[in-house]
Design a protein around this ligand. Sequence first.
Ligand SMILES: Cc1cc2nc3c(=O)[nH]c(=O)nc-3n(C[C@H](O)[C@H](O)[C@H](O)COP(=O)(O)OP(=O)(O)OC[C@H]3O[C@@H](n4cnc5c(N)ncnc54)[C@H](O)[C@@H]3O)c2cc1C
Length: 397
Amino acid sequence: MSCVHIIGAGLAGLAAAIELSGTDRRICLYEATSQAGGRCRSYHDPVLNREIDNGNHLILKANHHTRDYIQRIGSTAQFHTPQTHYPFIDIKYGYQWELKRPFYLPRLPLIDYIHLLRIGLMGGCVGNYASPYDNLHRRFLAPLCTSILNTPPEQASAMLFARTLRQIIAEKGGAEPLLPLHTLHASLIAPALKRLLDQGCDIYYQQSLKHITLTDNRATELHFSRNVIPLGADDIVILAIPAHGIEKLLPAIPVPQTYHAIVNGHFITDHNQPNGSFIGAVGGALDWVFFKDGLISTTTSAANALADIDQDITATMLWHDVCRITGVRKPLPPYRIVTEKRATYAATPENLKRRPTTQTDYNNVLLAGDYVRNGLPATIEGAIKSGMKAACTVYAI
Ligand SMILES: Cc1cc2nc3c(=O)[nH]c(=O)nc-3n(C[C@H](O)[C@H](O)[C@H](O)COP(=O)(O)OP(=O)(O)OC[C@H]3O[C@@H](n4cnc5c(N)ncnc54)[C@H](O)[C@@H]3O)c2cc1C
């Protein structure tokens, strides 16, 4: 029986495996670390003494590939929509506003809506379309661009931003959030692993792919840290590892070159906000505050500057902002700062040109991952879509 070897058990690898499971091919999934999930993972934190996610992850109802994946792994009941609107606060000036149904736009002068329609038409970066001092920029473009593309407006591709925004807003209810009721692992990872094991897939942990032997434009051997796997004539490899890993294994494939960090702060504290609710913010050190099960969690995107600061200082800055947003007046509680330095590639026009396609010049090697060309930003939706596409391409080879 021919085998599909999937390298990397993040969402792209899991989505590819789910798509292929139950077919006439053997599926082997290899993960370098001791757990699946990649950049979307949960673990027990000894300081907080509870399960935490590496970062708050927002899924939108317009993310159809993700919803399909969730349905297929039987996890729909693990998600909820705690609120349909997006409240924002300007920490510096104290101003508050909401993005809400039906169009999720802030109240702006007519001329700003006209500027909004122009975004993406002339290419370039989001920041070229509005001055940083305009409300259009401060209350809409900057927070959304930074959150959706993990890239500040002055660097972010206007085309990708405009296309993503259109996809979200064009669909009725598409902008509404879908949040995990518990952890990312419980909602997106564990049910997929269970399904794969039930379907007879082989899953190997702590198997890091170090080298691929290539003969006549085909992969013929996979060299892992512990062993070498020879490939059969009909075997196919799906590389579902991040772009910087591809650069080491197959340097001839162009990949995005620069990244942005995301910093999350988790603070143990009582709060009286509804479970799962969240608030967006501008003018401070954080972009979002999430309230869940006795935990206040913050997210700062495009956070390369914050990522290099001492964690105690980061925690103090984030907690200071949390207090201003919520009105809580308490000293810094027990916390955990999680810094993902290469959270996603920077969605600059230059990097977008370097996104590779699913099919490579090597006949039996396919790519999957949020950096692969798929019309979407580096998100859960992008990762799952690329995994599903790689799985479907297996049949075209
Ligand atoms: C803090 C944070 C917050 C985020 N917030 C959001 C959000 O709100 N909404 C959203 O949609 N997206 C969000 N994202 C982005 C989203 O998490 C990623 O786009 C997605 O998880 C990427 O999945 P992937 O499978 O492409 O890559 P990864 O998750 O990186 O998976 C790759 C896997 O391959 C493994 N691997 C690497 N090298 C090897 C090797 N040589 N051999 C074997 N295995 C290997 C890795 O260990 C990893 O498990 C966020 C990301 C971060 C970090």
